[in-house]
Write a protein that binds this ligand. Structure first.
Ligand SMILES: *[C@@H]1O[C@H](CO)[C@@H](O)[C@H](O)[C@H]1NC(C)=O
Ligand SMILES: *[C@@H]1O[C@H](CO)[C@@H](O)[C@H](O)[C@H]1NC(C)=O
Ligand SMILES: *[C@@H]1O[C@H](CO)[C@@H](O)[C@H](O)[C@H]1NC(C)=O
Ligand SMILES: *[C@@H]1O[C@H](CO)[C@@H](O)[C@H](O)[C@H]1NC(C)=O
Length: 293
């Protein structure tokens, strides 16, 4: 009886529908993982940094006497019309830069052009000048000076990828050279493959001593829940920097929050109740109406 009921045409249609949905979900959930392969150790590739001034440099202690070798330059990159309103600095250099169209003869993807070209440009900027590269939606909580004694410092995530949002490097850092070199095998269809995964699997995996890695406190992993959904998150002050993923709030935040605060701006930041509000008011609070005493 039950079996017969189950075989009713309507139930078969339901069943097939569910199978389709599950298949689509499984297929969609890991689009980045499909077709990703990594190269084995390549002697020729690593030979490119053989005679570096950093040969034998210690990635755990940095310079022996703690002196800084990374210059105190902070690099920002804005393509198109920057929405940057105030810069307070005693030395500020603006340089015109054009969005590159290709890397080692391979055209950048149409879909990810700005991001991929930006990833390559930040490597090139650091190779030219050294210093601290900061993404345009990174919040710097504390001084990054402690990392200036290393050849290069990067933030990594549990997902075994590195974060490009904050990079601290000497211009001759071996990792920079290899990272750029690894773009000879560019994957235009993958958003974060050449920037985040390939260098981790094909460089750092084999020569971890090239970089000083920071697992959490450079704030490059997904912190959106803490910033926009949690009610309070006092630990943010322990971080050095925090990637705000603010352009991704439309899918990382709850739908309810997103409808309530489609934008977070200089007006609603004054009473925005989630942890990001506290962070923003910490630097912007002077502009908010003072509570009447
Ligand atoms: C630290 O060591 C470097 C060379 O190893 C040297 O050039 C520099 O002057 C030293 N700095 C201090 C503050 O002792
Ligand atoms: C930051 O960079 C991204 C991609 O490069 C861009 O879409 C965004 O508009 C930039 N934000 C600002 C504030 O310039
Ligand atoms: C950048 O280019 C713009 C427009 O071509 C020009 O007006 C400006 O002076 C240039 N700035 C610098 C720093 O070269
Ligand atoms: C430094 O390099 C060693 C390998 O020599 C690696 O095991 C370690 O994780 C690295 N430490 C840091 C802080 O990056």
């Amino acid at each position: 009886m039950i079996i017969k009921r189950w075989l009713a045409p309507r139930n078969i249609v339901y069943f097939m529908f569910i199978v389709c949905v599950v298949t689509v979900i499984l297929w969609k959930s890991e689009p980045a993982e499909r077709g990703e392969t990594f190269k084995p150790y390549d002697t020729e590739f690593f030979a490119k940094v053989q005679d570096s001034i950093f040969d034998g440099f210690d990635n755990i202690t940095g310079t022996k006497n703690g002196s800084y070798i990374v210059p105190n330059y902070v690099h920002f990159l804005f393509f198109g019309k920057p929405r940057l309103s105030y810069v307070h600095s005693d030395t500020l250099h603006l340089r015109n830069i054009t969005l590159p169209e290709e890397i080692f003869g391979q055209k950048f993807s149409k879909e990810f052009h700005v991001w991929h070209a930006g990833d390559v440009t930040r490597i090139r900027i650091l190779i030219k000048y050294g210093g601290i590269f900061v993404d345009n939606d990174s919040y710097i909580v504390r001084s990054l000076d402690p990392f200036r004694k290393y050849e290069m410092t990067i933030g990594i995530t549990d997902g075994y990828q590195l974060g490009t949002q904050v990079l601290i490097a000497h211009k001759d850092a071996r990792f920079l050279k290899l990272w750029l070199e690894s773009y000879r095998d560019y994957h235009p269809d993958k958003f974060y493959f050449n920037a985040g995964k390939k260098p981790m699997k094909e460089i750092i995996n084999y020569m971890p001593e090239l970089v000083h890695t920071v697992r959490y406190l450079l704030g490059v992993e997904g912190l959106a829940r803490r910033l926009y959904i949690w009610d309070s998150w006092s630990n943010w002050r322990k971080y050095y920097s925090i990637h705000l993923v603010i352009r991704h709030r439309n899918y990382l935040d709850t739908l309810w929050n997103f409808l309530k605060w489609p934008n977070i701006d200089e007006n609603n930041i004054c009473d925005y109740p989630h942890p990001f509000g506290e962070m923003a008011r910490d630097v912007y609070g002077d502009f908010c109406p003072k509570p009447i005493a």
